[in-house]
Design a protein around this ligand. Structure first.
Ligand SMILES: [Zn+2]
Length: 201
């Protein structure tokens, strides 16, 4: 068994003691990003604030974000399970990567390509600017795969999902109130939210 964190957001680097000593991998940038958080004196408080209150007491904090970064360019998760290709890309978070498990027809896309959440911008290199590049990277590995996770995108829906997300991102990029000046942590103004149901399709 092995774990793989698609990205360093708090809800994606949790672990449970019952998983034992299985390695926990991520891209090289994944633990590098967590290190900044763990260096803060109040990091536990910050993590708990981001968790659903009913779960916070059950999360073993000593196991939080203990991720081993794989060297840049690592092609596959080093484990003896189904071959899992690592597709690192910019967009939602630093070091975000999808896993393509071809023999199962599955793309584990972390917080990308959801049909219940709108695209969320969080990569410090340029939140909106890099998102289309992330979508292009996923498009290159999205042949005949389904995307489980936040919602469920079937193999016959994935191209449409990518197109919808791209249209959403382009609409924000081209909005004069937002555009290239958007910053990490930026939140969508209320009147833009009204269009989200349509974007989610
Ligand atoms: Zn996330």
């Amino acid at each position: 068994m092995a774990g793989f964190a698609t990205h360093p957001d708090g809800d994606h680097v949790l672990w449970h003691a019952e998983f034992g000593d299985a390695p926990r991998y991520g891209t090289a940038r994944c633990p590098a990003s967590s290190r900044d958080l763990l260096a803060k004196a109040d990091w536990k408080t910050l993590v708990v604030e981001g968790l659903p209150p009913e779960l916070a007491d059950d999360v073993p904090m000593e196991l939080f974000a203990r991720i081993t970064g794989l060297p840049a360019g690592t092609e596959y998760v080093p484990w003896d399970g189904p071959r899992a290709r690592i597709a690192e890309h910019p967009a939602h978070a630093p070091g975000h990567a999808a896993l393509l498990i071809e023999e199962r027809g599955v793309l584990v896309a972390g917080d990308m390509l959801s049909d219940v959440l709108v695209p969320m911008f969080g990569d410090t290199a340029g939140p909106i600017g890099d998102y289309p590049a992330g979508l292009r990277a996923l498009e290159a590995v999205a042949d005949d795969v389904e995307v489980p996770g936040h919602g469920s995108v079937g193999a016959d829906q994935i191209r449409a999902r990518i197109d919808l997300d791209r249209a959403y991102v382009h609409a924000l990029r081209d909005d004069p109130r937002i555009g290239p000046s958007a910053k990490p942590g930026w939140e969508c103004p209320g009147d833009l939210h009204r269009g989200q149901a349509a974007w989610l399709g």
